[in-house]
Design a binder for this molecule. Sequence first.
Ligand SMILES: Nc1nc2c(c(=O)[nH]1)N[C@H]1C(S)=C(S)[C@@H](COP(=O)(O)O)O[C@H]1N2
Ligand SMILES: [Mo]
Length: 222
Amino acid sequence: MDDRTIGRAGFLGVVAAGVAGLFVARDVTGVLSRAVPRSLSSIVPASGWRIYTIGNAMPDIDPAAYRLRVDGLVRAPASFSLADLRSLPRAEQVSDFHCVTGWSVRDVRWAGVRVSDLLDRAGATGSAGAIRFVSAEEPYEDSLTLAQATLPDVMLAYEMDGGALSRPHGAPLRLVMPRMYGYKSVKWVSRIELLTSPRPGFWEQHGYDTDAWIGRSNGLSA
Ligand SMILES: Nc1nc2c(c(=O)[nH]1)N[C@H]1C(S)=C(S)[C@@H](COP(=O)(O)O)O[C@H]1N2
Ligand SMILES: [Mo]
């Protein structure tokens, strides 16, 4: 089974719950949106994506100067350039993307690095149980357990739909966690920290679930 098959098959298990969940999500959107700060901005492009930022300006990162810092519970802290990341095994997948507010984009093509391959290189210590993704857009961040982050369709993407990841979508590197709502998929990832357990992310601090499984979280049940 290649990565592409794993990505789509991995999603099938939650598709039924996800479709049912989206109707419910519309009903609960009023409740959820009251937790959204006034500073939330969105642009609505034709593709179906909404471009989300928590501030007024998105990070503008020079790809040549970019470094992903990996620290915390690792054998030795390390920094990865984009060339370093591209030298790690390349993963490709097609997966759907769901925002908790009810919009979805089907069949997004991603390419990048599996979190597990990056962790093999960085050397997580035995006490590491979670991974925190910190955005260059402060204070945006989110965390996953190591078990969640090493699922076969989770990746740090540097390409989307056949081209370099664009700035609005989080260039040069974003997390892609298709089985959870979009707020887990941190854009402009600049630092990864290995922790013992997940730490509440930006939206979790505003009342959203840490385990943001599509159709099974944020007030929804399967
Ligand atoms: N740094 C950062 N990452 C982020 C967000 C954000 O505001 N800032 N929004 C999240 C939410 S709620 C969603 S649905 C997706 C949207 O991805 P897009 O902006 O590429 O459409 O990004 C997620 N990652
Ligand atoms: Mo979202």
